[in-house]
Design a protein around this ligand. Sequence first.
Ligand code: AGP
Length: 609
Amino acid sequence: MCGIVGYIGNNQAAPFLLDGMSKLEYRGYDSAGIAVYEKNHIRIDKCVGRLEALRQKIAGNLPEGTVGIGHTRWATHGRPSDVNAHPHADSSGQFVVVHNGIIENYMALKEDLISKGHKFISETDTEVVAHLMAEYFTGNFEDTVKKVLKMIEGSYSLVFMCAKEPDKLICTKKSNPLVIGLGNGENFIASDIPAIISKTRKTFIMSDGEIATVTKDGVWVQDIDGTPISKKVFEVNWNAEAAEKGGFEHFMLKEIYEQPKAVRETMRGRLAKTGDAIEFSELNWTAEEFKDINKIFIVACGTAYHAGVVGKYYLEKMARIPVEVDIASEFRYREPIIDGSCLAIFVSQSGETSDTLEAMKESKRLGARTLAVTNVVGSSISREADQVVYTYAGPEIAVASTKAYTTQLLVMLLLSIYVAQLRGTITQERVAELVANIKEIPEKINRTLENVEQIKVFAKRYGSCEDAFFLGRSLDYAVALEGALKLKEISYIHAEAYAAGELKHGTLALITEGVPVIVLATQPHVYEKTISNLREVKAREAIVIGIAVEGDTEMAKHADHVIYIPHADGELAPLMAVLPLQLLAYYAALTRGCDVDKPRNLAKSVTVE
Ligand code: AGP
């Protein structure tokens, strides 16, 4: 996600752009920039770092002009740097653009433009759009935008400036948000409402495929074929703080509901168009290269570690390669038996977790090949690793990790299929079956989140308990680990996850009347045994909340309550099963009056050992 703003009117553009960007820093903050039409040319000021760095760079020398665009970046292609910051221009500086999203086919477009003599200065996908505008300029700004949009594939919110027609901005979107604020003698563009709410509450919420020409006196909307579109004014009734959370009460809840989009963005470009293969253009491993890898380590902390536990199941089951999963702070000091025949995967949302970073350095010192799975482009772990696979969850603000976890699970799944393809341990038919199921995940996540009212009731009823247990087998146990962490870290209820088969080896002693036990039973091959474990805790008068797959009729015979998730291939169930656990933790924390986004004693990124 990135923050985009635009202004056109009778006042100076720069003050609005900077203020609007400050309201969008939660969407991206590794670099920032503005472009203003000043004295017959488009002046661009941009730099790496938070918005404050840009403010200081142009303090006392703000660009003067009444038309401009701005951008706070969350890097996806090209590390954070001055030159990779937006806005981007073509070589002539006549065409300037800011972008939120991913241009999937940017490499092919860039190569073609280079063959036509274009010179690029950044590593970004966005710069290609500015050069396309220059290359295919028809003499008409709108027509050229429509022509260029037909060439690009992917997801985007785009705002264009053209020095040849400086009295207008053009904006459009596909799979990313964009709103237009309607003022008097001035109009505003933003990727999200917080940037404009202090100026106007009258807005056009843009829809995919709509192209808006914005002048200070009006907004004209058309589709790519030039058919006019009439927009209804949407009156925003949120307050400024609520607007930053997209109308949600907390960032955590907003990020829980962003998971369909986060998963969709993370799978984008990784499912072969043939539908029967997984691709990682950033890895390009060959079967030959992978032949001498005979062991994989997955090393991480907290939620990322729990994603690694799921990754172990996937890799061993599909790629038939031994996997060890380690807590990073333990890994470093156990003298791991690791060398050049091992691949070490380091999972980290922030890419800055000290324990994980130091574990990676130790692995490299011992000769292992290293791969980072992280959500932050240019983070320390991404720079230290031999190779990187990014999740595209967008900035995760809440301390409790949610959308980062589900996108990490997806990457673990895709990576496992990819390695299995290389090792010849999976059939094309099985891959095609998995790919078809993977494509349905965003919609199935949406459907799973519809259980929210039922979960609110459970949270209210059991939120006063001081202990809770999470049970599961196989992948359900891996998800139970994450469910327990979510509950304890934001509601402060003492929650533990146990392999269901482990219960009778001690923990059963803790199960007494009224203790809430969440039992996950989504894995067919261990279902019967899990149900018998459920009956063991019921026999001790526990309160059981079951997590089961739609169509399951057995669970309801034994559990006090059942939350159903959509039917999915057993391997994919974790991506849905975790959602009720996230919501349960969230609403239990609300019931207990906890600070959901900033739980006591915790930080979003633990950069100390
Ligand atoms: C998870 O909800 C916590 N915020 C915490 O366990 C976190 O997952 C852990 O600190 C690892 O952070 P990272 O993914 O940024 O490395």
